[in-house]
Design a protein around this ligand. Structure first.
Ligand SMILES: [Fe+2]
Length: 479
């Protein structure tokens, strides 16, 4: 190993270590927040010397002490309706502790900083101040002033709106990916809850849809890249999140307002909820289904709609999405829909996204199609299975070679489509990962549009798409 390679190797190792160090800190920050929430709750019910409080406060102090093994202080930022830790979104906590975020907003807490010198008494005093009503705090000059008056020095709060800068792109991408996995967690929990007690936390579902909708609004292309994450083993949860992302992205290309997109998103996220009534063996069966199994399959839209109808707070149009998502544009699918010429608009949107994601995922009974192959199927089925206009908008949105497609360039190099640029879908930004001889290279991003006019003189253009399994490359590793 020469000197340069050794240095590179060391740098790589350090990068990995730093990453794990960071992950560890994030996990502990999550724990600190959880313990904070528990202590705050105990303080809202019991007096400071009650054993419930002593226990909860002690747990917090211990958790905070563990956290200090990696950091000097703990700080949490409130940005919009979300919690951030060191510039990274805490997507799961933003959903779980939403009432706490609201309370922070009402009480003008834009961020919370706790330094290493924290003493138990200070923490207790702070909690009881924080638990006063927003009106009382305002009447007495605000939380900040009361904290100063009480001599609380190890805890400080930021003014509202202190944290609003956009994080850098690399952080944004990493955050978006974390959000994706959190969304998978949430849908998993929602489904478990419905299985165990037939109750659905619609608040949790709505907040998750809201988080994704914000991301789609900020950077549609980056979010679409996330929808290429698949899971062979846990198809339904990942599929639900992908259909949510695709549907919100497609819906946001149409003249729909935020509340309409929320209803669409909820329907998209929960469209397959009825599948919880079907045994796993039937869902993953490779051979032909028996008549009885097929009957079960055909029933999942109605079952899902039944479950959703029984939940307070689910919009009827979201229920309709679950009911109609297999009805097809020409109404020849299932269940039979009477009395109308077309399935509802939201159902038609979810239909396109549902089938697209299903086709591009490897399942026990099928090999995944490449994104451009799947796109061709959509085109072929325009007017029969799919709303032709929506397919056109979908192609406009995804491009000829959607983000995450593995492609060969005319130069023989292999690349992953990284980002759509401007309106010209044929010339996206790609990440080149293999040279013409198939050798692995340090990935580098290339703007095909800039090179478009040079094609034929050594410029790059996409020749064809490749199947990830044939190439032995997982495009996700490069997004
Ligand atoms: Fe379905």
């Amino acid at each position: 190993m020469n000197e340069e390679t050794k240095q590179e190797e060391a740098a790589r190792k350090e990068g990995v270590l730093e990453y794990f160090h960071y992950r560890g800190s994030l996990e502990r920050a999550r724990e600190v927040l959880r313990l904070f929430q528990a202590a705050k709750k105990a303080a809202s019910i019991y007096p400071p010397h009650h054993e419930m409080c002593l226990h909860a406060f002690g747990e917090f102090m211990q958790g905070f002490h563990d956290f200090l093994a990696r950091r000097d202080s703990f700080s949490l930022q409130v940005v919009g309706d979300e919690f951030f830790f060191e510039g990274r979104l805490m997507a799961r906590e933003s959903v779980l502790y939403y009432p706490l975020i609201r309370e922070f907003q009402e009480k003008e807490v834009g961020g919370l900083n706790i330094s290493g010198g924290l003493e138990a008494q200070e923490f207790t005093d702070f909690l009881y101040l924080l638990n006063r009503s927003a009106e009382e705090l305002r009447a007495r000059g605000g939380l900040k002033r009361l904290m100063e008056a009480a001599g609380i020095a190890s805890i400080t709060i930021d003014d509202p709106g202190t944290w609003k800068e956009k994080p850098p792109e690399s952080v944004e991408r990493a955050t978006a990916r974390e959000e994706y996995y959190e969304a998978v967690n949430v849908i998993r929990e929602l489904a478990d809850q419905v299985v165990s007690d037939r109750r659905l936390s619609t608040g949790k579902a709505n907040r998750m849809v809201g988080v994704m909708l914000n991301r789609v609004g900020e950077n549609r292309s980056a979010v679409l890249g996330l929808a290429t994450i698949k899971s062979y083993d846990e198809y339904t949860s990942f599929h639900s999140v992908n259909v949510l992302i695709l549907s919100l992205a497609l819906g946001s290309m149409l003249p729909l307002d935020r509340s309409a997109l929320m209803i669409l998103g909820t329907g998209a996220l929960l469209h397959d909820l009825g599948k919880i009534t079907i045994p796993q063996g039937v869902l993953t069966k490779t051979g032909p289904l028996t008549a009885q199994e097929w009957e079960m399959m055909r029933d999942h839209p109605a079952r899902g709609a039944d479950i959703l109808l029984a939940q307070p707070g689910v919009h009827p149009l979201s229920v309709m999405v679950a009911y109609e998502h297999h009805a097809r544009y020409d109404l020849t699918g299932y269940p039979r829909i009477g009395g109308k010429k077309l399935p509802g608009l939201f159902s038609r949107i979810v239909q396109v996204c549902d089938v697209y994601d299903a086709m591009t995922t490897t399942r026990p009974y099928q090999r995944a199609r490449t994104p451009d192959q799947a796109m061709r199927v959509l085109v072929k089925e325009m007017g029969a299975t799919f709303d032709p206009l929506l397919v056109k908008v979908f192609i406009d949105m995804m491009g000829v070679y959607p983000v995450g497609t593995l492609v060969r360039l005319v130069t023989g190099e292999t690349a992953v489509v990284y980002e759509a640029v401007g309106d010209d879908a044929a010339w996206p930004r790609v990440k080149v990962i293999r040279d013409a001889a198939g050798g692995e290279i340090e990935p580098r991003i290339m703007d095909l549009a800039r090179l478009a006019e040079k094609v034929g003189e050594g410029g790059r253009a996409i020749l064809e798409s490749l199947h990830p399994e044939d190439a032995g490359i997982n495009p996700q590793d490069y997004l």
